[in-house]
Ligand binder design. Structure first.
Ligand code: HEC
Ligand code: HEC
Ligand code: HEC
Ligand code: HEC
Ligand code: HEC
Ligand code: HEC
Ligand code: HEC
Ligand code: HEC
Length: 418
C-alpha cells in the first residue's frame, strides 16, 4: 500500500504534535515558528481586521475622537463617524481664525470643542471666544488670556510620553506648547489593552491585557489622578453649583455601588460602545441586560409603575440627573453630564446640603458617601416656585421632601447578589 505524500506529511505532523504535547505539562503546545515582531503599537485599524464588531462599536464612541488632527484648511468633522451627532458642530472655527491656524481640535464628540494652535498651545485669546458648546450651539470663553500648554495627553491620547523638559524638539512635531509625544490622539484599543503588535502577529500565543476594574476607567474618569492623588480618594470637585465633569469614578467611589455586590463601570457599560450616542450607534453603551432592576429586585423597584410616583419617570431620571457640568447648563438644576452618585438626600435645604460650605466639593457624610439633593433629582421635570426647572408642575422643596419620603413602597432594599 502506497501512502500519498500529503497523507505522509499529515501523519508526521500529528506525530510531532503528540510528541510535543507529551513533553509539556498541562499547557497546550504553542508552536511559534517565526520570530515575533518587537512589542509596539499596531494601531486600531489592525485590531479591527479581526475584531470587526468591537472596532465598529468603538469607532462610533467618543474615545477615539479626543484629539483630532486638522489637515489643510478644512474642519476635521469628516473624521467623526456619526453625521447626526454633528448637525450642531461649529460651521467655522472661532471668529478671526481659519482651520489652518490650528493643528488639532480637542473633543467635539459629546460636549464641546477647543482648538490647539500650530505652536501647540491651546487657543486662549484675551478677547474673543474659543470653545464651541454643542448643546447651546454657541461659543464660550475658556481661560481667556492665559497661556495654556497642552498637557492633557495622559487621558486624551494613546502612547503619551511627557516631554516637559523645556526642549521643544522633544515635543510632538516640535510644537513648543505641546508637552509630549504620542502614538495617536484619542483613547485607542491599545490604551486599554496594551501594545498589540505581537498579539496581532499570533493571537493565540500572545495575550492582551483585559482589566475590567472600575479603578482602570477611574484613571481618566477622575479629577484626582491628574493631581497625583489616588482616584476616588480625592474630593468630588464642584464649581458654579454643579459637580465638575470627568469625575464618574470619584462619584461611584463615594456611592453605595462601591460595595461588594454593587455594580462597577463595566457591569452597566460596554466599554467599547457609546453612551452619548447610544440610540444611533452600534452596541449598547448602557447595558440592557444588567439594569437597575436586575439587582434592586424588590417589587417596589423592579417595576417602575409600582413606585407610587409613576408618571413615566425612570430610575435614571431621578437617580442620575445631570447634576454635573462639562460645557453648558440650561438652568441651575440641569447641567450636561449624568451624575453617578445615585443616593438621594431628601433634605428640604436642597443643594445647600449637597455641597460643602464654599461650594468647591460634594459634601460627604460620616461614611464618606455623597448624595444628590431633591432639586437636582426632581426639577428636571418639576418647577421650583420661581418657575425654574422642567415642564411639569410647580413644587416647593417641602412638597418634594414630603413626597420623597414615600416615593418607593419597598420594605427592604432587597438587593440580589451580583
Ligand atoms: C489576526 C487576528 C487578530 C488581530 C489582528 C488582533 N486580534 Fe485580538 N484576538 C484574536 C483572537 C483569535 C483572539 C482569541 C485568542 C484566544 O482565545 O487565545 C483574540 C483575543 C483578544 C482579546 C481578549 C484577550 C483575553 O485574554 O480575553 C483582546 C482584548 C484582544 N484580542 C485585543 C486585540 C487588540 C487590541 C488588537 C490590536 C492591537 C488585536 N486584538 C488584534 C485575533 C486577533
Ligand atoms: C484625568 C484625566 C483628564 C485630564 C487630565 C483632562 N481630561 Fe478632558 N476629559 C476627560 C474625560 C474622562 C472626559 C469625558 C467625560 C466627562 O467629561 O465627564 C473629558 C472631556 C473633555 C472635553 C469634552 C470632549 C467632548 O468631546 O465634548 C474637552 C474639550 C476636554 N476634556 C478638554 C481637556 C483639556 C484642554 C485638558 C487639559 C488642560 C483636559 N481635558 C485634561 C479626562 C481628562
Ligand atoms: C476604554 C478602554 C477600552 C478600549 C478603548 C477598548 N477596550 Fe476592549 N475591553 C475593555 C474592557 C474593560 C474589556 C472587558 C469587558 C468586560 O469584561 O466586561 C474589554 C474586552 C475586550 C475583548 C474581549 C471580548 C469582549 O468583548 O469582552 C476584546 C476582543 C476587546 N476588548 C478588543 C478591543 C478592540 C479591538 C478595541 C479597539 C477597537 C478595544 N477593545 C478598545 C476596555 C477597552
Ligand atoms: C485614557 C483615559 C480613559 C480611560 C482609561 C477611559 N476613558 Fe472613557 N473617556 C475618556 C475621554 C477623554 C472621554 C471623552 C471622549 C469624547 O470626546 O467624547 C471619555 C468618554 C467616555 C464615555 C462617553 C463617550 C460616549 O461615546 O458615550 C464613556 C461612556 C466612557 N468614557 C466610559 C469609559 C469606561 C467604562 C472606561 C473603562 C473601561 C473608560 N471610559 C476608560 C478617557 C478615558
Ligand atoms: C449589580 C447590581 C446592581 C445594579 C445593576 C444596580 N445596583 Fe444600585 N445598589 C446595589 C448595591 C449592592 C447597593 C448597596 C446597597 C447597600 O448595601 O447599601 C446599591 C445601592 C444603590 C442606591 C443607594 C442605596 C444605598 O443604601 O446605598 C441607589 C439609590 C441605587 N443603588 C440605585 C440604582 C440605580 C438607579 C441603578 C440603575 C442605574 C442601580 N442601582 C443598579 C446593586 C446594584
Ligand atoms: C420619581 C423619582 C424616583 C424614581 C423614578 C425612582 N426613585 Fe428610587 N428613590 C427616590 C427617592 C426620592 C429616594 C429616597 C427615599 C428616601 O430616602 O426616603 C429613593 C430611594 C431609592 C433607593 C434606596 C436608597 C436608600 O438609601 O435607602 C433605591 C435602592 C432606589 N431608590 C432605587 C430605585 C430604582 C431601582 C428605581 C427604578 C426602578 C428608582 N429608584 C426610581 C426617587 C425615585
Ligand atoms: C449602575 C449603573 C452604572 C454604573 C455602575 C456606572 N454607570 Fe456610567 N452611566 C450609567 C447610565 C445609565 C448612564 C446614562 C445616563 C443617562 O442616560 O442620562 C451613564 C452615563 C455615563 C457617561 C456619560 C455621561 C453623560 O452625561 O452622557 C460616562 C462618561 C460614564 N457613564 C462613565 C462611567 C464610569 C467611568 C463608571 C465607573 C466609575 C460608570 N460610568 C459606572 C450607568 C452606570
Ligand atoms: C421624568 C419626570 C419627573 C421626575 C424626574 C419627577 N417627577 Fe414628579 N411628576 C411628574 C409628572 C408628569 C407628574 C404628574 C403631572 C404633574 O404634576 O406635573 C408628577 C407628579 C408629582 C407630584 C404630584 C402627584 C403625586 O403623585 O403626589 C409630586 C408630589 C411629585 N411628582 C414629586 C416628585 C418628586 C419628589 C420627584 C423627585 C424625587 C419627582 N416628582 C420627580 C414627572 C416627574
Amino acid at each position: 500500500m502506497k501512502l500519498s505524500k500529503a497523507l505522509l506529511m499529515l501523519l508526521l505532523l500529528l506525530g510531532a504534535v503528540i510528541l510535543m504535547s507529551g513533553c509539556s505539562d498541562d499547557d497546550d503546545p504553542v508552536v511559534v515558528d517565526e520570530d515575533p515582531p518587537a512589542l509596539a503599537f499596531a494601531g486600531s485599524d489592525v485590531c479591527g481586521t479581526c475584531h470587526a464588531d468591537t472596532h465598529d462599536q468603538w469607532f462610533h464612541s467618543g474615545h477615539p475622537y479626543k484629539l483630532t488632527k486638522i489637515e489643510g484648511n478644512t474642519a476635521p468633522t469628516a473624521d467623526f463617524p456619526d453625521p447626526s451627532a454633528f448637525a450642531n458642530a461649529p460651521a467655522s472655527p472661532p471668529a478671526g481664525t481659519q482651520w489652518s491656524d490650528f493643528s488639532y481640535t480637542i473633543g467635539g464628540f459629546g460636549w464641546k470643542m477647543r482648538w490647539i494652535q500650530n505652536d501647540g498651545y491651546i487657543y486662549t485669546p484675551a478677547t474673543g471666544e474659543n470653545q464651541w458648546n454643542f448643546e447651546s450651539e454657541s461659543f464660550a470663553n475658556y481661560h481667556a488670556g492665559e497661556t495654556k500648554p497642552y498637557n492633557c495627553g495622559s487621558c486624551h491620547t494613546t502612547g503619551w510620553v511627557d516631554s516637559d523638559d523645556g526642549n521643544a524638539a522633544n515635543n510632538e512635531d516640535g510644537m513648543e506648547g505641546f508637552l509630549g509625544t504620542m502614538f495617536a490622539g484619542g483613547v485607542h484599543c491599545e490604551k486599554c489593552h496594551g501594545m498589540g503588535s505581537q498579539h496581532a502577529f499570533k493571537p493565540t500565543a500572545y495575550d492582551m491585557t483585559v482589566d475590567n476594574s472600575s479603578y482602570f476607567c477611574g484613571k481618566c474618569h477622575t479629577r484626582g489622578g491628574d493631581n497625583g492623588i489616588t482616584p476616588g480618594e480625592a474630593v468630588i470637585e464642584a464649581s458654579g453649583g454643579f459637580i465638575k465633569h470627568h469625575e464618574q469614578y470619584d462619584e461611584w467611589y463615594h456611592s453605595g455601588h462601591n460595595s461588594e455586590h454593587g455594580p462597577g463601570c463595566n457591569d452597566c457599560h460596554n466599554p467599547h460602545a457609546s453612551v452619548v450616542f447610544d440610540a444611533s450607534t452600534p452596541g449598547e453603551g448602557v447595558s440592557t441586560t444588567v439594569t437597575c432592576a436586575s439587582c434592586h429586585v424588590d417589587g417596589a423597584f423592579a417595576n417602575i409603575a409600582s413606585t407610587t410616583h409613576g408618571h413615566g419617570a425612570t430610575c435614571v431620571d431621578c437617580h442620575m440627573p445631570q447634576a454635573s457640568k462639562s460645557a453648558y447648563a440650561s438652568n441651575i438644576y440641569n447641567g450636561d453630564v449624568s451624575t453617578h452618585l445615585w443616593t438621594i438626600n431628601t433634605s428640604v435645604n436642597g443643594m445647600a446640603d449637597m455641597f460643602n460650605g464654599d461650594g468647591t466639593a460634594v459634601a460627604l457624610d460620616g461614611s464618606s458617601m455623597g448624595a444628590i439633593t431633591l432639586d437636582f433629582a426632581c426639577y428636571g421635570c418639576h418647577k421650583d416656585p420661581d418657575g425654574v426647572g422642567g415642564t411639569g408642575s410647580t413644587k416647593t422643596l417641602e412638597e418634594l421632601a414630603a413626597r420623597a419620603a414615600t416615593i418607593h413602597t419597598y420594605t427592604t432594599k432587597n438587593i440580589a447578589l451580583k
